[in-house]
Each structure stands twice: as C-alpha cells, then as structure tokens.
Design a protein around this ligand. Structure first.
Ligand SMILES: NC(=O)C1=CN([C@@H]2O[C@H](COP(=O)(O)OP(=O)(O)OC[C@H]3O[C@@H](n4cnc5c(N)ncnc54)[C@H](OP(=O)(O)O)[C@@H]3O)[C@@H](O)[C@H]2O)C=CC1
Ligand SMILES: O=C(O)C1=N[C@H](C(=O)O)C[C@H](O)C1
Length: 256
C-alpha cells in the first residue's frame, strides 16, 4: 500500500486525486495539506509543520505556484519523493527543483495524461519534418474560466519538446495583440483561451502552403490527470533520488 500525502487536497484536482486513490487498492491518502480545509476522509493540515518523513511514502502536489515553495522546503527537509503537477512555476522554482533532484526523487509534469504525453512525442516528430519544409507552428490551448496561469504548462511543454527536436531554433510568441509585424519562420505562436468548464484542450497546428495538419488532444474530465498522478506516485515511491518524467511512468506501466 503506497501512502500518499496530498498538497492542494481540497481543490478541484485534489478532490479528483482523492477519489482515484480511494478506488485504487494499492494506494491510500494518509494526509492532506490545504490552506482552506474542506471535507476529506483523512486529516487535513494548514501547512507542513506537523508532517515528517514518516507521515507518507510520497507527496502529490496540485496547488498554486506560490504554494510550491513550501512543497520544495518539505521535500528537502524530509527527502520524501514528490510528484509536482502544479503549473506556472517561476524560473527560480524550476532551478530549485533541478538542484533538489540530487537528493530527492522528483517528477514534475505539466500534464499527467497518457494522451498528452504521447501528443508531445508526435508533435516533435511532426515538427522535425514539417518545420524543415517551411510549415509554421502554432499552439492553441483552451481551459476553464478558473485557470490562473497562461499559457498552460502543457502548451509550454509541447513547445519545448518541439524546440528540443529542432535544435532549439524557435522562439515563442505569446498571443499576438501587441505585435504588428508579419510572422517569422522561427517562431512558435502560443495562444490561450479561457472559459466555462473546459478541462483542457491543446491543438498543435502546422500550417504550410495549401495544407494544414493539426494534432489535437481533448480532456473530457480531470480523471485522466488524477489517474496519471496516482500512477506516478506509485512509481516514484520506489525510486532513488533523481529526475523522473511521465515517459518513465508510462514505459514502466507498459512493461507491466
Ligand atoms: N499536471 C497536470 O496534469 C495538471 C495540472 N493542473 C495544475 O494543478 C494546479 C491546481 O489546479 P486545480 O486543482 O484546478 O486548482 P484549484 O484552485 O481548484 O485547487 C488548488 C488548491 O490549492 C489550494 N491552495 C492555494 N494556495 C495554497 C497555499 N498557499 N497552500 C496550500 N494550499 C493552497 C487552493 O485553496 P483555495 O481554494 O483557498 O485557493 C485549492 O484548494 C494548477 O496549477 C493547474 O494548472 C491541473 C490539472 C492537471
Ligand atoms: O489548470 C488546469 O486545469 C490544467 N492545467 C494543466 C496545464 O496548465 O497544462 C494541465 C491541464 O491541461 C489542466
């Protein structure tokens, strides 16, 4: 039984992860941390001060960027493996995560779904061919009205994956409202739409002369993210300190 500590446990994703872990015979949420306590089947703490290395086997975080420093402090203090799913992290937080990976098993992913993680690979493969042939690449993401960060962490991760596959030749242009110049070839345009209850849509558009290829992912619920997070927690709890990705989790699950 993998014992999970859930940060942001009373939020939308926190509640979804609680339901997924409850339905999974191999996991149990033993405690949560959230600034606003809501109903839960486990004790909920306002901060990490009363929690120790023995409190759980692994931590899952779905909160808000400003609260992630406390997660990193706790991981550093206890060495507890941490699955960090919160998006919109600062450069300083990303640098700190890179340093922490020497001491703690950490998996940070902007998207825990199987489909998006496959989309990232396909998007890089398509870019390799189509960018060389002069196609322009644009990413459009759509999310619910509550989302505070833009563009989505997933849109940035897709752009980074494409850029890595294309010798880092692209720079990113966010929305176009302030630009009054023609598009350059070595740019990836990234645009965000916010509204309603959309759980998360991502389109990667390759626009060439007289043809357009679009790779799309649609989340129809948040369960795909919570299932990925619980799988990642089960995987990470067994790992040595280091940096892990959802590709590692998916590869391990395919091996059975
Ligand atoms: N990697 C992935 O696959 C996915 C990532 N996400 C990311 O996860 C994050 C959370 O999303 P979501 O659940 O929809 O957001 P919610 O706002 O619904 O939940 C966040 C929770 O964290 C709490 N919180 C805020 N500040 C603090 C703090 N300082 N200390 C402790 N808890 C705090 C919030 O409390 P309060 O309500 O009082 O503000 C809330 O309960 C976002 O960054 C989102 O982008 C989401 C889905 C998938
Ligand atoms: O805030 C959300 O809801 C989501 N955030 C993630 C992101 O920023 O990429 C992942 C998912 O699309 C849902």
């Amino acid at each position: 039984m993998i014992r999970i500590l859930l940060h942001g446990c009373c939020g939308h994703m926190g509640r979804e992860v609680s339901a997924t872990a409850l339905a999974d015979a191999g996991t149990e949420i033993v405690a949560g941390v959230d600034r606003t306590a809501g109903p839960a089947d486990y004790p909920v703490y306002a901060d990490f001060s009363k929690l120790t290395k023995e409190s759980a086997d692994v931590l899952i975080d779905f909160s808000v960027a400003a609260a992630v420093d406390a997660v990193l402090d706790f991981a550093e203090r206890t060495g507890m493996p941490a699955v960090i799913c919160t998006t919109g992290l600062s450069e300083a937080q990303l640098t700190r995560i890179a340093a922490l990976q020497e001491k703690v098993a950490i998996l940070r992913s902007a998207n825990m779904s199987l489909g998006v993680n496959l989309l990232m690979k396909l998007a890089a493969e398509a870019a390799n061919v189509l960018a060389a042939k002069g196609f322009d690449i644009e990413i459009v993401e759509k999310h619910h009205r509550r989302k505070v960060d833009a563009p989505s962490g997933t849109a940035l991760a897709i752009a980074d994956e494409i850029n890595a596959a294309c010798d880092e030749r692209f720079h990113y242009v966010y929305d176009r409202e302030s630009r009054h110049t023609a598009r350059e070839q070595d740019e990836i345009g990234i645009s965000a739409v916010r509204g309603g209850t959309i759980p998360g849509d991502h389109d990667v558009i390759y626009a060439g002369d007289d043809e357009v290829l679009t790779l799309s992912h649609r989340a129809y619920s948040r369960r795909i993210f919570s299932q990925g997070a619980v799988e990642a927690a089960k995987f990470l709890a067994r790992q040595k300190p280091g940096r892990y990705t959802m590709a590692d989790v998916i590869a391990a699950s395919l091996q059975g």
